[in-house]
Design a protein around this ligand. Structure first.
Ligand code: FES
Length: 77
């Protein structure tokens, strides 16, 4: 039987990104998107966070999870 604090630590989603901040928040202006598609990380394993670097593929293989990026697509007129 694990103490409550240990259980909470074992279920951390963010293991190493900006741990000095009490809350990690990223804000992106849609108007500033320079490429037609941008992928943002939702697995918290990207080495280029908040941008996805495909680390979710390895994470999913290792854990059986099914997470993937948020993809923003710019409309082309
Ligand atoms: Fe995290 Fe792709 S690296 S969603």
């Amino acid at each position: 039987f694990l103490p409550k604090k240990q259980k909470q630590r074992d279920s951390l989603i963010n293991l190493k990104i900006q741990k000095e901040n009490p809350k990690v928040v990223n804000e992106i202006d849609i108007e500033d998107l320079r490429t037609p598609n941008v992928c943002y990380c939702r697995c918290w394993r990207s080495k280029t966070f908040p941008v996805c670097d495909k680390s979710h593929i390895k994470h999913n293989e290792l854990t059986g999870d099914n997470v993937g990026p948020l993809i923003l697509k710019k409309k082309t007129l």
